[in-house]
Design a protein around this ligand. Structure first.
Ligand code: PHE
Length: 358
C-alpha cells in the first residue's frame, strides 16, 4: 500500500506539472483528490493494516495530499500568469475583453414633441418663458380668477406642500397658466410667449393619466387681439404639426381665466377626420375629431390681477386684449407617435425609445 501511494503521488505530481489548461488541472484534482479517487480508496483500506502501521500510513497519505494540493496551486498560478501575459492584463484590467456596447442616446418623445411645438411658435415670433414647478395658490388659482372654494378648482386635483399656509399655500402647479401672471408681471405688452413645462395633478396613473405631465401654454397680449387671431394661430399650428390637411374646430367651454373659452379639436389622426363615414375608428370613437387643447380670450379679471401685482394700469382691460391656450404634451405625443398608453413615457424602457426612433 505504501508503494501504491508513492507511485500514485508521483504520477499525480508529474501530470499536474505538465497540465496545459486550468480545465485539465481541475479534472486532475478531481481524479486524484476527489471523493472517488484512488487516494480516498486507499485511506479506506487503512483498517486492514496492522495497528502500528496505521498512523504512519495515515501521515503518508496526508503528506501526499498536501504535496498534490500545493503542486495544483502552483501550476494554477503558472497557467494564470501565462494566460495573463497573453491577454495583456495590466493593473488588473483585461484589455482584450470585448467592450461594453455604448448605445447612442435617443431623444425622448416628450422632449422632441416640446421642441417641435417650440419651433412652430418660434417661427411665428413667440418668445419662450419658464417658471417654477412649485407655485403658490395665488399664481396657480386666485390671480387666474378661480375664487376660493369655486368648483373649478376641483377639476385640478392639487398636490399641496406642507405645512399648508392658510392664506397662500404652496403647491405643485396644476397647469402652466400661472406663467400668464408671472409673464405679465415683468413684461410690457405687446408680447407673444409660449411656456413649456412640467405640471402635476393628484391622478392615479393609467393609460391616459399621470400625476406628472407636461403642458405648453401660449399667451399673446396686444391692442385689438381677437378670437380670429386665436383661431388663425391654432389652425396654422395644427397644420404645421399634423399636416396641411388637418383642420381644427372650436367647442364652447369654460375656464375661469378665459372668456369666452373653447376646447379645440383637430381632425382625427387615425381616420383623417372621416369619423362617422368610417365609424369603426376607435381613436376618435367615430366623431372624426380629437381634443388637443384648451383656449380662450384672456379674462379681464386676469388683466386686473396683473395690474394689482404691478401697481400700474399697463394691462388695463379697456386698452389691451389677448388670447391664451394650453396643450397637453403627452396627448400630442401620443397622437403623433400612435402611442396608446401614457405610462410608456415614464417607464424608462430604452426599447420604447428605440421603437419610436426606428
Ligand atoms: N390651463 C388649462 C388646463 O390646464 C388650459 C388652458 C390654458 C385653457 C390657457 C385656456 C387657456 O386645463
Amino acid at each position: 500500500m505504501f508503494d501504491r501511494l508513492s507511485s500514485l503521488s508521483e504520477s499525480a505530481l508529474a501530470k499536474i506539472s505538465s497540465a496545459k489548461t486550468s480545465e485539465e488541472l481541475e479534472s486532475l484534482r478531481i481524479s486524484y483528490l476527489g471523493k472517488k479517487s484512488e487516494l480516498k480508496a486507499l485511506l479506506k483500506k487503512l483498517g486492514v493494516l496492522p495497528a502500528e502501521e496505521k498512523p504512519r500510513f495515515g501521515a503518508a497519505v496526508n503528506d501526499a495530499v498536501k504535496k498534490i494540493e500545493s503542486r495544483l496551486l502552483m501550476r494554477r498560478q503558472e497557467l494564470l500568469s501565462s494566460a495573463a501575459s497573453v491577454k495583456k492584463i495590466i493593473g488588473g484590467v483585461d484589455y482584450t475583453r470585448p467592450g461594453f456596447i455604448q448605445k447612442p442616446g435617443l431623444p425622448h418623445p416628450l422632449i422632441s414633441t416640446i421642441e417641435k411645438i417650440q419651433k412652430i411658435f418660434l417661427r411665428l415670433g413667440y418668445g419662450i418663458a419658464e417658471g417654477p414647478d412649485i407655485e403658490d395658490d395665488q399664481h396657480n388659482f386666485s390671480d387666474l380668477n378661480f375664487p376660493t372654494d369655486h368648483p373649478a378648482r376641483d377639476a385640478q386635483d392639487t398636490f399641496f406642500i406642507e405645512p399648508i399656509h392658510a392664506d397662500n399655500p404652496l403647491l405643485l402647479r396644476t397647469h402652466t397658466s400661472p406663467l400668464q401672471i408671472r409673464v405679465m408681471s415683468c413684461l410690457n405688452p405687446p408680447f407673444a410667449v409660449i411656456v413649456p413645462g412640467r405640471t402635476y395633478r393628484s391622478d392615479a396613473p393609467d393609460a391616459t393619466h399621470s400625476p406628472i405631465f407636461h403642458q405648453v401654454e401660449g399667451l399673446v397680449v396686444d391692442e385689438n387681439i381677437t378670437m380670429s387671431d386665436l383661431k388663425g394661430t391654432l389652425s396654422f399650428f395644427a397644420k404645421e404639426l399634423f399636416g396641411p390637411d388637418f383642420k381644427i374646430r372650436f367647442r364652447p367651454s369654460f375656464f375661469p381665466f378665459t372668456e369666452p373659452s373653447a376646447e379645440v379639436d383637430v381632425s382625427c389622426v387615425s381616420c383623417s377626420g372621416k369619423g362617422k363615414i368610417s365609424s369603426d375608428c376607435r381613436v376618435c370613437k367615430g366623431t372624426g375629431w380629437l381634443e388637443i387643447l384648451g383656449a380662450g380670450m384672456v379674462d379681464p379679471n386676469v388683466f386686473e390681477s396683473a395690474c394689482r401685482r404691478r401697481g400700474d394700469r399697463v394691462y388695463d382691460p379697456e386698452k389691451v386684449s389677448g388670447f391664451a391656450f394650453g396643450m397637453g404634451v403627452e396627448r400630442i405625443a401620443m397622437l403623433t407617435h400612435n402611442i396608446d398608453d401614457m405610462r410608456n413615457f415614464f417607464e424608462n424602457d430604452s426599447r420604447f425609445l428605440e421603437m419610436l426612433a426606428s
